[in-house]
Design a protein around this ligand. Structure first.
Ligand SMILES: *[C@@H]1O[C@H](CO)[C@@H](O)[C@H](O)[C@H]1NC(C)=O
Ligand SMILES: *[C@@H]1O[C@H](CO)[C@@H](O)[C@H](O)[C@H]1NC(C)=O
Ligand SMILES: *[C@@H]1O[C@H](CO)[C@@H](O)[C@H](O)[C@H]1NC(C)=O
Length: 237
């Protein structure tokens, strides 16, 4: 709530921007660098409320285990997760793990893993597209708009990914190459292992952990009001 208040005051201050670096429209970008903060005229606010907080490294670790075409994952990612990302990004460290209820088998002949996904081959493709995007665009500010875009659209997975990549200023050829390569296959395997090693084992998706912990109660609260859950988990030291 605090953060929301700050953002509305930042919004007013930003009207005086217009130095060499332009002040971005999205408030979540204003404290990204000193130059941007200066252009937005919010150096003091960033220092007080964002950078100081970030320096403390006490962000709540939120990890989401999901698969790209599951309706409940789409719902969670385009509502609760998206809202949390847009409002309290400075107190939460969001990690995405695209794999979910998929299964893998190692194929000695090709030395590749073969994937079977709950919602079919299109979902496996969607998962590996997200996997490659997370690899090339590792920060949440880089990949979250793409993830939101794909999860809020339905239709042919490749077409949507290509449109969302263009919107998010990503190189789709590079991403698509990765999905067809050994690299993409190996990266997907890392997420498979991470998902399969969950303690307790995941029983459904979406499945969240907060600072490595998962309970039924947390999951329900995350799906009802993720911001509240994260704020509650955030320890002010
Ligand atoms: C979040 O994860 C990082 C890296 O594993 C760890 O250093 C940090 O202490 C964790 N934060 C909390 C609040 O547990
Ligand atoms: C964020 O989470 C990732 C993956 O769990 C971890 O490697 C990283 O250290 C965390 N960063 C912070 C600031 O907690
Ligand atoms: C994609 O792969 C093709 C064939 O391997 C290669 O010619 C092309 O340069 C690659 N494109 C990118 C953007 O990596």
């Amino acid at each position: 709530m605090y953060v929301l208040l700050i953002f509305s005051s930042i919004l007013i201050l930003c009207a005086n921007g217009g130095l060499t670096v332009k002040c971005p429209e999205t408030p979540s970008k204003w404290c990204e660098t000193k130059e941007i903060a200066q252009a937005c005229n919010v150096i003091e606010q960033c220092q007080l409320y964002i950078w100081k907080v970030q320096d403390k490294n006490d962000k709540v670790n939120l990890t989401l285990y999901y698969e790209t075409l599951c309706p409940d994952c789409r719902k969670f990612m385009t509502t609760e997760l998206w809202k949390a990302y847009q409002t309290i990004f400075d107190i939460v460290n969001i990690t995405l793990v695209p794999y979910g209820n998929a299964h893998e088998t190692y194929q000695p002949a090709t030395q590749l893993y073969q994937y079977v996904c709950q919602h079919g081959a299109q979902e496996c493709l969607g998962n590996v597209i997200h996997t490659c995007v997370l690899n090339y665009y590792p920060t949440i500010q880089q990949h979250m708009p793409f993830v939101y875009c794909t999860e809020s659209s339905s239709g042919d997975v490749t077409t949507i990914a290509s449109q969302c990549a263009e919107k998010s200023k990503m190189d789709f050829n590079k991403i698509f190459n990765c999905t067809q390569s050994k690299l993409g296959n190996q990266l997907q395997h890392i997420y498979a292992v991470q998902t399969e090693n969950l303690q307790p084992a995941h029983k459904y998706v979406p499945w969240i952990t907060i600072n490595g912990q998962h309970t039924e109660e947390m999951e329900h609260e995350a799906e009802r009001n993720l911001i509240k859950l994260i704020c509650k988990s955030y320890k002010v030291v």
